[in-house]
Write a protein that binds this ligand. Structure first.
Ligand SMILES: O=C(O)CCC(=O)C(=O)O
Ligand SMILES: [Fe+2]
Length: 654
């Protein structure tokens, strides 16, 4: 129990967590800190209590003699003999679970306490902890690390041990939630196919796959710190490593052994751990036959491996999808085809042979002049390295055309049944993205004006040539992805918002704010070398871009979007960035990523251009559509003018 919490009133059924959460947020917004904290804590506790009920009932019902699933039938019981037994046991078990839930939560309890989807997402993303600082076990781990940093291994140990046990307990309650009806709806929404249309057994297999996917995600959920989009990598093995080192430092050799053996369950080939094990063994003297890995970890690893085996089976044979959250899964578990892909991803490391270096900025000024662009802030003014704000890349008329394109494309999408998605980064915003190819296809189909689609191509090339001139004059940069993105505040959900429109991240590596390290490996887009954001409007509230230190907390610079403003920066750890919540209106920007690696050049750019060159669009003077080169054209293209006839200069201090 987190310190400072009053004990729950014994026996009383928990109150609905979503009501508590909403009250807590209201109190927070009103500045009533004490009630806000009490309510938010109560919301978390009530949610945990619900999780406990599910978990306890699950365990209780699995152990009931009358409802336990049948043992495998003998060889002489004939084919199909197990089927009625299995299904009857499933019915009994469901009955037991229903009764147990009613006993613990009151009649209709589970339904009464069912949480709405927005709040469920908030809990899943651990948002309540945003308000209460950090999850208790994460705080315990940090305290442990602080002691270790001060060479106080003895003081660190109880914190580290508690953090590990509490993390495991959190994983258990998360897993218990995976059988809940809400999870199933959500998973089924996300992934259609695995058995949702089949008969009884396909449906059972699909349901089971979704339960397993959800359970496997739990480690990542528990390891995700509030407000962050990515989990602390390798959360459990990291804790075990700290534990064995700390135990060894204070001379608890047998516990050091237990913990390093547990670590080796995740990484049997880890050289440092093997060496440590040998050392502990030598120090201990005579062999201790009873010494093995910790039971809790052994159970965890075995169970997880069993689930992975089934999931990979479903991937291979049932078309299910599974994004394995763990880097420690043994290669033998992963189907050959997937392994191939992982290997490829890992081998493509263009930075190995040609590390990025600071470039002499030779002719960028000429390019700026030619483009009618002004440098508003350089890296020094932005408190960083390799970042810049440039203005005047678009005329207001051009912004208008691109905004119209985004709007028309969204409407075309809506007509074809595509609902404006919730943002992948926050439940409080809608998110629409348009690629260059999609724009060209829509233009061909007459759903959007071809002028907009054409301009999208042209402008992306404008940004590319400028970014290359500014940051990489001696080495060609290619566009690797171009995305027109609008984020819109969802009305009625903004009042108490504390989250970000886009959590702090780096564009080509996985940032670990606790160590300030950034892992240039998948799932990051490791081949991205420079990022660009070209803004189209400013008539919205919130939504400023900000840069931080690698701790993801200390803001070093902020940029207010506006039409024609480009923020360009190198995509690595030197430029962690995020976007403040968009609390009113719609914020549209062209996001562009550049790469030095020609093999990661955006294929769709050329396809889009081909499409737009088609017969319907064959106007003689269309320069862009005539360039046959494999590269996007680097030549300056005609630009839309304002009514006055000259491209306006925009220069404003931030
Ligand atoms: O829209 C912005 O200002 C930033 C978006 C961003 O960082 C990204 O998409 O990676
Ligand atoms: Fe980004």
């Amino acid at each position: 129990e987190p310190p400072g919490l009053a004990p729950p009133s014994p026996g009383a059924p928990p109150q609905a967590p979503d009501l508590l959460y909403a009250d807590g947020l209201r109190a927070y917004a009103a500045g009533a800190w004490a009630p806000a904290v009490a309510l938010l804590r109560e919301a978390l506790r009530s949610r945990a209590a619900l999780g406990r009920v599910r978990r306890d009932c699950g365990a209780h019902c699995a152990a009931e003699p009358g409802v336990s699933l049948p043992a495998a039938p003998g060889p002489d019981s004939g084919p199909g003999a197990w089927e009625p037994l299995l299904l009857r046991a499933a019915l009994r078990r469901a009955e037991c679970l229903t009764q147990c839930g009613a006993r613990r939560l009151g009649p209709g309890g589970a339904a009464r306490l069912r949480v709405g989807s927005a709040v469920r997402d908030a809990f899943r993303r651990r948002e309540p902890y945003n308000y209460l600082q950090r999850a208790y076990y994460q705080a315990a781990f940090d305290t442990g690390l602080e002691h270790l940093g001060r060479q106080e291994a003895g003081l660190a140990l109880p914190w580290l041990e508690e953090a590990l046990q509490e993390s495991l307990a959190q994983v258990e309650s998360c897993r218990a939630g995976c059988e809940g009806p809400e999870e199933q709806e959500r998973e089924a929404e996300e992934e259609e196919g695995t058995g949702s249309q089949g008969g009884l057994y396909e449906a059972i297999a699909g349901h089971w796959t979704r339960v397993l996917q959800c359970r496997q995600r739990c480690v990542g959920d528990v390891a995700t710190r509030p407000g962050r989009s990515l989990p602390v990598p390798d959360f459990l093995p990291t804790q075990l490593r700290r534990l064995h080192e700390a135990h060894a430092q204070v001379g608890n050799l047998s516990q050091a052994m237990e913990n390093v053996l547990s670590f080796l369950l995740f990484y049997p080939e880890d050289e440092a751990a093997k060496t440590a094990l040998d050392r502990y063994q030598a120090q201990l003297g005579e062999p201790r036959p009873g010494l093995g890995p910790r039971e809790d970890i052994q159970r965890f690893v075995l169970r997880s491996l069993g689930e992975k085996r089934q999931l990979y089976y479903a991937v291979e044979h049932l078309g299910a999808s599974f994004k394995d959250p763990d880097p420690w899964t043994p290669a033998a578990f992963i189907p050959e085809a997937l392994r191939e892909k992982l290997r490829e991803d890992q081998e493509k490391r263009p930075w190995d042979d040609e590390p990025p270096q600071p470039k002499p900025l030779t002719h960028w000024k000429d390019v700026l002049l030619m483009e009618g662009v002004t440098l508003t802030q350089d890296a020094r003014q932005l408190n960083g390295s390799e970042r810049a704000v440039l203005d005047g890349l678009l005329t207001p008329a051009e912004c208008g055309v691109l905004l119209q394109l985004a709007k028309d494309a969204a409407e075309a999408g809506a007509r074809s049944g595509y609902r404006g998605r919730r943002s992948p980064h926050t439940p409080h915003e809608r998110f629409e993205g348009l690629t260059v190819l999609k724009a060209a296809q829509l233009a061909r189909a007459g759903a959007v004006g071809s002028q907009g689609a054409q301009l999208l191509l042209e402008v992306s090339e404008r940004v590319r040539s400028l970014t290359q001139a500014y940051f990489s004059p001696d080495r060609p940069l290619h566009l690797s992805f171009t995305h027109l993105v609008c984020r819109s505040a969802i009305e009625g959900e903004q009042a108490q918002r504390m989250d970000l429109s886009h959590p702090v991240h780096a564009d080509n590596c996985v940032l670990d704010p606790d160590t300030g390290e950034c892992w240039r490996e998948p799932p990051a887009y490791t081949y991205r070398d420079y990022s660009g954001l070209l803004y189209l409007n400013d008539d919205f509230q919130g939504g400023d871009l900000f840069f931080t230190e690698p701790n993801a907390l200390t803001v070093t610079a902020q940029v207010r979007p506006r039409c024609g403003r480009l923020v360009a920066f190198s995509s690595g750890v030197e430029n962690p960035h995020g976007v403040w919540a968009v609390t009113r209106g719609r914020r549209c920007a062209l996001a562009l990523w550049h790469t030095w690696a020609p093999e990661h050049r955006e294929q769709e750019w050329m396809e889009a251009k081909e499409l737009l060159r088609g017969p319907e669009k064959d106007e003689g003077e269309d320069v862009a559509s005539r360039d046959p080169g494999p590269e996007p054209p680097s030549r300056r293209l005609p630009r839309l003018q304002d009514k006055a006839g000259k491209p306006p200069r925009i220069r404003e201090e931030l």
